[in-house]
Design a protein around this ligand. Sequence first.
Ligand SMILES: C[S@@+](CC[C@H](N)C(=O)[O-])C[C@H]1O[C@@H](n2cnc3c(N)ncnc32)[C@H](O)[C@@H]1O
Length: 236
Amino acid sequence: MAGRCRPVKPTAAGRRRFRPAGDRPDPPCPAATWPPSGFSQAGVAMCDMYRMFVHPDGRPGEAGARLMARTGQPMARQAAALLAIDDPAARILEIGFGPGIGIATLAEAVPRGHVTGVDPSQVMHRHAERRNATAIRDGRVTLVEAHAEDLPFPVDSFDAAMMIDNLHFWPDPLAGLTELRRVLRRAARVVCAFTPPSGGPPRGIKDLFARAGYAEIATHRRGPGFLLSAVTGDAT
Ligand SMILES: C[S@@+](CC[C@H](N)C(=O)[O-])C[C@H]1O[C@@H](n2cnc3c(N)ncnc32)[C@H](O)[C@@H]1O
């Protein structure tokens, strides 16, 4: 029964897998009618995951947006808290905002400031725009279709940045982090977080931040979640 699936217990590595539901009375996967029949179950699962979370589009992307919206709040709050924003007028950037839970959390933290989000997925833009419609209308949130590796902002545009469950999807994380540093002011704080279903942080993530020119790199565990904080340093 192509396209029907149900989540099973996360593996020791924290990865969530999907298996066919067969005739079991589980609720259908939201991406129930995608893809067309003829795919192997492994192919179906891999394509669904990719189109749900990495490059969200179509029905799987819609399902991924709903799932992330249901589950994203705790990590968004933890990551925003670790950013320790003490200026209500700060300018914050979120990369890979997905359905916009983090954007809404950040907008609460800077009632007189501005939150800018970048994400390449049109599906995620629709969800995040709906979720943050009032703040967008009030000019406190701007959402931009862009990739981490090519941020359409001048130098020193932001006071802090956050990204949750997406750095490991960037084609070139070192280039992305270097580009992020370009648009941040000096001594700006960055938080990069991963929930267990995302597969966790890529190996060598602290070294990656160091090579991209960040300082004061520290890792934090919050329950099952992983967060890294860093500050823009002096490296060029
Ligand atoms: C698993 S979702 C996480 C969404 C959100 N941060 C959350 O926690 O709910 C990954 C997001 O990263 C975005 N993404 C993928 N590649 C990207 C890139 N190169 N630059 C910026 N965002 C990217 C995807 O479009 C998707 O919205």
